[in-house]
Design a protein around this ligand. Structure first.
Ligand SMILES: *Cc1c(COP(=O)(O)O)cnc(C)c1O
Length: 363
């Protein structure tokens, strides 16, 4: 397939790995052949080369710039996915004999809790499991003697999102994998933010960790090198060979975001996309939304048909309209439209049109 061939426009609502900007994909493809005018591929040069060190430096600096934080924070790009952070967070932050507090808001939070329990005392202080994770728990007490509080900002599978964050008296850790840089957050309220890149800021293969240095080095445990944030910080995120290509494509994606107007721009666009689709879900007689209205995610929009027998008909219609990736997660069923940063409003409008046409034909 040639890069110059005209591609059919596909409206890509994939939940993850998710859509990336077309221009980023083209730049990434170019770097596979000729990176930085070296006449070498990015895939075949040393991560210690000057040209790559610049990529790593910029990729780390841009995170701090977008989050508006200073040198009290360090940024790392690590392998192992967000799932490895489920283990690294308690391993690095929970003291020997200490404890951690977790808010359970879905499948990913539950997996984080499972790992933390292996490291030490882990208390689930709030949960929405009673209603199948269809809302965000509120008004819970945060224990002041726990080593940290862990939350998940956006529930990728069930489609809920924290619209505001708890005021935490202890260091707050957040898994932002599926809504990082989708809206303004006060990053200084967090001791540690992590995100697998493949939902909203790059391709799979690298995970961003931003950590405030003062919370590290206090566990009293003998640390495995690869599991130790301080080892990676000392190595400039190059203690071992980093995932060079995913980091580069993440950098390109963040540069695309910055160039187009940054977080304040994308927050507006994301709100417009979400409003457009939720309005149709609420208006259309054939569909309904699955989560509490005030907790609806602007990134993963879940909806069901009142009459599941109509699913094959609806599926036919959206596939004909070149829509891709809206089948719901196997735990929820129905539909999930992921409206990550790189998804244009025009794609949401295409989906809304299909829903309207479907209503005309089947109600
Ligand atoms: C996808 C996802 C993960 C898991 O990410 P991996 O990189 O596959 O380990 C964790 N947390 C959230 C919120 C996610 O959406």
């Amino acid at each position: 397939m040639s890069l110059t061939a005209t591609q059919t426009k596909v409206h890509n609502f994939s939940a993850g790995p998710g859509i990336l900007p077309q221009e980023v994909l083209k730049q990434a493809a170019e770097a596979c052949i000729n990176f930085d005018n070296m006449n070498l591929s990015l895939l075949e040069i040393s991560h210690r080369s000057k040209n790559y060190e610049k990529v790593m430096e910029e990729a780390r600096a841009l995170i701090k710039e977008l989050f508006e934080v200073g040198d009290e924070y360090e940024v790392l790009y690590l392998g192992g996915g967000a799932s490895l952070q489920f283990a690294m967070v308690p391993y690095n932050l929970m003291r020997e004999g200490g404890s951690a507090a977790y808010v359970s808001t879905g499948v990913w939070a539950s997996k984080a809790i499972k790992e933390a329990k292996i490291i030490g005392t882990t208390n689930v202080i709030a949960s929405s499991e009673d209603k199948k994770f269809t809302y965000i728990p509120k008004g819970y007490q945060i224990p002041t003697d726990a080593d940290y509080l862990h939350i998940t900002s956006n529930n990728t599978i069930y489609g809920t999102q924290m619209k505001s964050f708890p005021k935490s008296p202890i260091p707050m850790v957040c898994d932002m994998s599926s809504d990082i840089f989708s809206r303004k957050v006060n990053a200084k309220d967090f001791a540690l933010i992590y995100a697998g890149a493949q939902k909203n800021m790059g391709p799979a293969g690298s995970t961003m960790v931003m950590v405030r240095k003062d919370v590290l080095g206090k566990t009293g445990r003998k640390m495995l090198s690869m599991m130790d944030y301080q080892v990676h910080i000392k190595g400039g995120s190059m203690y071992n060979t980093p995932p060079v290509f995913p980091i580069y494509v993440t950098l390109l994606t963040l540069q695309w975001l910055k160039k187009n107007g940054g977080i304040s721009w994308i927050e507006k666009v994301n709100q417009e996309k979400a409003d457009c689709l939720y309005n149709e879900i609420d208006r259309n007689k054939l569909f309904f939304g699955t989560v509490a209205k005030e907790d609806r995610s602007n990134m993963n929009i879940c909806f069901l048909l009142h009459d599941v027998k109509l699913e094959p008909e609806f599926d036919k219609l959206w596939k004909e309209a070149n829509i891709s990736g809206i089948r719901g997660h196997r735990d929820v069923g129905g539909y999930r439209a992921s409206t990550y940063n790189a998804l244009p409003l025009e794609s949401v409008k295409a989906l809304v049109e299909v829903m309207q046409e479907f209503e005309k034909r089947f109600s």
